[in-house]
Design a protein around this ligand. Structure first.
Ligand SMILES: *Cc1c(COP(=O)(O)O)cnc(C)c1O
Length: 382
């Protein structure tokens, strides 16, 4: 079976991780800050807080921004569950903004209208989580304008977008947001097995997230509430978790990051080939990128309505092609339906979902395998 996504592990990755096993620190050693610095260099952000997943990063980002009961977080339906769940961990309410069918990212018109209405109804969000779906940057300049006008924070869910660039600024630079979150899950652009990172340019937010990642333990005496009896003293002033990344994981992530440019270049080459190979088939390919670079986490086509997606999906699986569907709209999950969401609430997201099919895309996908994918799709659509 050709999978839809897969990690690329080199001998250098393996050696780097084995070296950590022979070193003094399996966790809380030098590898985590080194990985954080490398991500700061890549993105231009001042601070990176490495954690054990992007889900953890989203959680501590929301907490650091003070999200709590009675607050609202808005995101899109076409994303992974975690972009919305992070609000629920904080006891806050979730609401969704429909997508733009052309980019499949948050719809700026839909967002603008929803904000105008929310202002009148006194129900503005505290945090907006735009998702750079498949690696394609959202329209961050417009989102920043709106965030200033209406006074909400922005957390970019850049789980798909390590290495993406928006109008000359790397995703993660913080030029248009408060915090940016990356994922290092094996299907994403670079992997640390499990892992994530929250980037910010705000020293206080970075400090809060560092505390949240490790039990809320404050070790800086200048920040203590009480005089310290000795240098062993730490203070817990607020609740935290154990969301730490290990040195094994950070080292793998760091080693992978050295090949980021190769990974994206291969993904781009495969995308150009898909665009050409799929021309004669009745599918809608991703729209061209304007003034931006996508890391190309996913390649999603939309089928025409006379081709039922389920039948095409099963036929391709039978042909050994591991197609996938990204994503089931979050508001249609039973948990969110129990909170009051219904089919029909976000028609553009639901229309997209009904026709979406993710084709295999990863650096080790060979040209021949890609041709097998296209042939299987052609047969499934015949
Ligand atoms: C993968 C993903 C996450 C969660 O990442 P983990 O590192 O697995 O926790 C969050 N948001 C989006 C959009 C993702 O694709």
């Amino acid at each position: 079976m050709i999978p839809y996504g897969r990690q690329h592990i080199s001998e250098a990755d393996i050696e780097a991780v084995v070296d950590v096993l022979r070193s003094d620190f399996l966790t809380q050693g030098p590898a985590v800050p080194a990985f954080e610095r490398a991500m700061c260099e890549l993105t231009g952000a001042t601070y990176g807080v490495a954690v054990n997943s992007a889900t953890s990063a989203l959680h501590i980002a929301c907490m650091a921004l003070g999200l709590g009961p009675g607050d609202r977080l808005w995101t899109v339906p076409i994303t992974f569950l975690a972009s919305a769940n992070c609000a629920r961990y904080c006891g806050a309410d979730v609401d969704f903004v429909d997508i733009d069918p052309a980019t499949r990212n948050i719809g700026i018109e839909a967002l603008t209208k929803k904000l105008e209405l929310a202002e009148r109804q006194n129900s503005l969000p505290k945090i907006l989580v735009p998702v750079h779906f498949t690696g394609r940057p959202c329209d961050m300049a417009q989102i920043r304008e709106l965030s200033k006008r209406y006074g909400f924070f922005v957390i970019e869910d850049a789980s798909h977008a390590v290495g993406s660039i928006y109008q000359g600024s790397p995703i993660g630079s913080g030029r248009y947001s408060d915090i940016t979150v990356f994922s290092f899950h094996p299907v994403k652009i670079v992997t640390s097995a499990e892992g994530g990172m929250a980037m910010t340019n705000d020293a206080e937010l970075a400090h809060r997230m560092e505390l949240l990642r490790s039990h809320g333990m404050e070790r800086d005496p200048s920040r203590f509430q009480d005089p310290a009896e000795g240098s062993w003293v730490y203070e817990m002033q607020s609740i935290g978790f154990n969301y730490r990344l290990t040195d094994l994981h950070a080292t793998l992530g760091m080693s992978q990051l050295r090949r980021l440019e190769d990974f994206i270049a291969r993904r781009e080459a495969l995308v150009a080939r898909y665009d050409a190979l799929l021309k004669s088939l009745p599918v809608t390919c991703p729209a061209p990128l304007a003034d931006m670079r996508s890391a190309w986490h996913l390649y999603v086509v939309e089928l025409e309505t006379n081709h039922p997606r389920a039948a095409v999906f099963e036929a391709m699986r039978k042909a050994g092609v591991g197609v996938a569907v990204h994503y089931i709209p979050v508001h249609l999950q039973p948990y969110y339906r129990d909170l009051g969401f219904r089919a029909g609430d976000y028609p553009r997201s639901e229309h997209y979902y009904a026709r979406a099919l993710t084709l295999p895309l990863y650096p080790d996908l060979s040209d021949a395998q890609q041709e097998t994918v296209v042939r299987a799709l052609g047969e499934a659509l015949a």
